[in-house]
Design a binder for this molecule. Structure first.
Ligand code: SAM
Length: 267
């Protein structure tokens, strides 16, 4: 069903409002159990991963091009808007042609994602959705089996993460710890060796610590890095050696290097 919408305040398109307003989006998406996928590839990957489509929003020029996609989405309602209305609703130009409002699914438990995994990444309190998306993309590309998030880590299904991950948030299994303080004990109970990634000079170079077996790479937040609690809980602090002129790597860059070294060492 295709429904033209001429007014950006029309309540039928409330799923799509103010995409740049992070706080509003967090409460809207959490409350309604939805997330937004942008662009054909990402929407297709979300559908293939089993997420239901609530509706789609696009301008007229994309309607024919996305005919197959609309069919794949199961005869979903498509809201058709002008470029001006699109920008009025979302607050920016949607270059990838279409947005889809998708249904969230219940996350698996930490135990479920750890079972059968050998290499995992654990993210403590990352705040930047771009970094979270980039780390999912690295994990998918480099053969990491799963990602575990601290209770306060940014949402992988936030639009920006979904987009930057290019849909890897749908292919890499992930779960969220319920408990920050004692959460790492659950990984250890599953036989994982915990390597805390830190730029600190006192840490050992990561290559020296990769001994095979089940390994979890712990990565810290953009500002403060890993908490003293998680550093103390880890089996070993490891670093990627850097030039002395730089304090630290961006967390997604650190993740890419560490994931490559971890999975390459196991090949
Ligand atoms: C921007 S850094 C945080 C910097 C923070 N001042 C610190 O000392 O950890 C974010 C995360 O990236 C990872 N990281 C950055 N540079 C690293 C390096 N050279 N070796 C290992 N991990 C690194 C760590 O997990 C860190 O918690």
């Amino acid at each position: 069903m295709v429904i033209p919408i001429e007014d950006s305040t029309d309540p039928r398109i409330a799923d799509y409002v103010r995409l740049r307003d992070v706080d509003l989006r967090k409460s809207l998406e959490g409350g309604q159990g939805l997330f937004l996928a942008e662009g054909e590839k990402v929407i297709r990957r979300a559908i293939a991963a089993g997420h239901g489509v609530r509706s789609m929003l696009m301008t007229a020029k994309w309607l024919d091009k996305f005919g197959d996609l609309i069919d794949d989405a199961g005869g979903v309602t498509v809201y058709l808007v002008s470029d001006e209305v699109m920008e009025g609703i979302t607050g920016f130009q949607v270059h990838r042609g279409a947005l889809a409002s998708m249904e969230r699914r219940e996350l698996p438990s930490v135990a479920e994602v750890l079972r059968g995994s050998r290499h995992v990444v654990v993210l403590e309190d990352l705040v930047d959705h771009t970094n979270v998306g980039a780390i999912f993309r690295c994990a998918a590309a480099l053969g990491v089996d799963a990602i575990v998030l601290s209770p306060r880590c940014a949402d992988p299904l936030y639009r920006r993460s979904v987009k930057v991950s290019m849909g890897s948030v749908f292919s890499v299994p992930y779960a969220r710890l319920k408990d920050w303080h004692d959460g790492l004990a659950e990984l250890r109970a599953h036989g994982f060796r915990l390597l805390a990634l830190t730029p600190a000079e006192s840490a050992v170079p990561i290559e020296e610590a990769l001994t095979g077996g089940r390994t979890a790479l712990l990565l810290g937040s953009e500002g403060d890095g890993l908490s003293s609690r998680w550093l103390a809980e880890a089996d070993q602090a490891v670093r990627i050696p850097m030039s002395r002129e730089v304090d630290s790597l961006n967390v997604a860059a650190a993740a890419a290097i560490a994931c490559y070294l971890l999975t390459a060492a196991a090949r």
